[in-house]
Ligand binder design. Structure first.
Ligand code: SAH
Ligand code: SF4
Ligand code: F3S
Length: 486
């Protein structure tokens, strides 16, 4: 009889903040650790390995991570064998500073070195000591070496890590070269690189085989995607045509777009390819030319208006455009802010993400421009713009009242919790949530079996950010013609 004791299973707790890039990175780190026999745990106390996947885009995101690390000080004292790791953008930006602020951290790993995590954890566990793996700074060597040090390891996928296995992110672009003056991303993610189209297509096929119905292509300026091969240059529109042919995929989205690169070729592809979502996330950041110039965004309000005209001309009312804004950027006057309010009213975005300017050390604006708009003013402008946007979103959602939309069901809604049945008059139903093809959130009661399916939902109530509806069953729709929107 064998007396072998089974190897101890390691337990991993991972916390992810930041953008979709980080969600994808976490998915891949989990996949690589699962291969080493790790199991996921949702409890810090239970885990022997704790990882934070971090974001540096605003100071608040970093403060949250440092507080979370602070809370682990006692835990690590009690259990010194626990491995604590900081990965992602803050790891790249702060590097050794993390060890200074939290000396009990064992590993610090930048977004381009994530494949080294299993090895670094092993090292820390077996040899002790602190270990760092980060990419090169933007002026720390030859461009090709810098690029290589920020490359990612995307093809390693784990469908079980995705919140919804039928939805997946697919990175097509690494880094950013736009250098907007306020932004840390070109420093944390390195130079802009379009991934090889063959690799992207192979990965999309794997994802479709794993059951992904919707893929979201990721890039900081995803529509600037360009890959120069031996014989040809591939752009985002070319990729869309190829991805469209993959069996099993139903929906293709891409984020985040850059206004100047939203050209007719791309918009025509979005119009002609039915799997392509007409949802376009194209951050404007400010409606004032002087602010845009200080931000070094590379376009004017007139350029943005031209882009909106191209979108409306090509996609018409099917288009759903959303935006990001920074309020209280260095030197922003009340008049400049009001120009933004005016433009939001003019563009009528589906929704907008609004942020208070946060000065980031290492960026041009931090070096050259004072962060001189008081916090209270930033807060008031943020709320004012949000109110304007919410009113527009709610008004625009009116057009869905009484209509039927096709919804990819994502799962129980956040509010549903365990008591969902109480909300519903029919036993066995839960409150579900999903999205239309144009990215609108829909909430309705239904059986959990519907999760992962694309179904018709009739809309009877609306709010600024949600459409509320009821599932149209075969019985209800037989004999009726249903016009599908969105
Ligand atoms: N690559 C995307 C955005 C990346 S960051 C793009 O170019 O559109 C996501 C959003 O965070 C930005 O659109 C911007 O609105 C906001 N942001 C970036 N840096 C910021 C800063 N220093 N302070 C406040 N918001 C910021
Ligand atoms: Fe940052 Fe500008 Fe690049 Fe977007 S385009 S990631 S805002 S530098
Ligand atoms: Fe944050 Fe890095 Fe994304 S700074 S927004 S996690 S690219």
């Amino acid at each position: 009889m064998s007396t072998d004791v089974p190897a101890k299973t390691h337990k991993l707790y991972i916390e992810t903040v930041g953008c979709q890039m980080n969600m994808l990175d976490s998915e891949m780190v989990v996949a690589s650790l699962r291969r080493e026999g790790y199991e996921l745990s949702d409890n810090v106390g239970d885990a022997d390995t704790i990882l934070f996947n971090t974001c540096s885009v605003r100071e608040q995101a970093e403060n949250k991570t440092y507080s979370a690390l602070g809370r682990l000080r006692a835990e690590k004292k009690k259990n010194p064998e626990k491995i604590i790791g900081v990965m992602g953008c803050m790891a790249q930006k702060d590097q050794q500073l993390i060890f200074q602020r939290a000396p009990y951290v064992d590993i610090v790993v930048g977004p381009g070195q994530l494949k080294e995590i299993p090895c670094l954890i092993r090292k820390a566990r077996e040899e002790g000591g602190q270990h760092t793996a980060v990419g090169l700074g933007r002026t720390d060597g030859k461009v090709d070496d810098i690029k290589r040090s920020h490359e990612t390891f995307d093809p390693m996928r784990d469908p079980t890590m995705r919140p919804t296995p039928f939805q997946a992110f697919l990175r097509i672009q690494i880094g950013c070269d736009k250098f907007c003056t306020y932004c840390i991303v070109p420093m944390t993610r390195g130079p802009e690189q379009g991934r090889d189209p063959d690799m992207i297509l192979d990965e999309a096929k794997i994802l479709a085989d794993q059951g992904a119905k919707e893929i979201t292509l990721l890039g900081q300026t995803v529509n600037s995607y360009r890959h120069v091969g031996l014989n040809k240059t591939t752009r985002l529109a070319d990729l869309l045509y190829k991805l469209h042919d993959i069996n099993g995929l139903e929906r293709i989205k891409f984020v985040t777009s850059y206004p100047k690169d939203m050209d007719y070729e791309l918009l025509t592809a979005v119009r002609d390819l039915e799997k392509c979502s007409p949802y376009l996330h194209v951050p404007l950041q400010s409606g004032s030319d002087t602010v845009l110039k200080r931000m070094k965004r590379g376009y004017t309000v007139a350029d943005y208006r031209d882009m909106m005209a191209r979108i409306n001309e090509t996609l018409g009312s099917a288009a759903a455009v959303s935006s990001d804004f920074i309020v209280g950027f260095s030197g922003e006057t009340e008049d400049e802010f009001q120009d933004t309010v005016k433009l939001v009213k003019e563009c009528r975005f589906k929704n907008s993400f609004i942020f208070k300017y946060s000065e980031r050390p290492g960026t041009k604006s931090a070096e050259r421009m004072p962060d001189d708009v008081p916090f209270e003013v930033k807060k008031r402008r943020n709320n004012e713009l949000l109110d304007v946007q919410n009113a527009i979103s709610e008004e625009d959602n009116q057009k869905f009242l009484g209509e039927t939309v096709r919804v990819l069901v994502e799962g129980p809604s956040k509010r549903s919790g365990a008591k969902v049945n109480e909300r519903s008059d029919k036993a066995g139903l839960v409150q579900l949530t999903g999205r239309t093809h144009c990215d609108r959130i829909v909430v309705f009661d239904g059986n959990e079996r519907l999760v992962g399916q694309t179904i018709p939902v009739g809309i009877f109530e609306i709010a600024a950010h949600t459409l509320i509806g009821t599932v149209i069953t075969d019985n209800a729709s037989s004999g009726q013609s249903v016009t599908l929107m969105g």
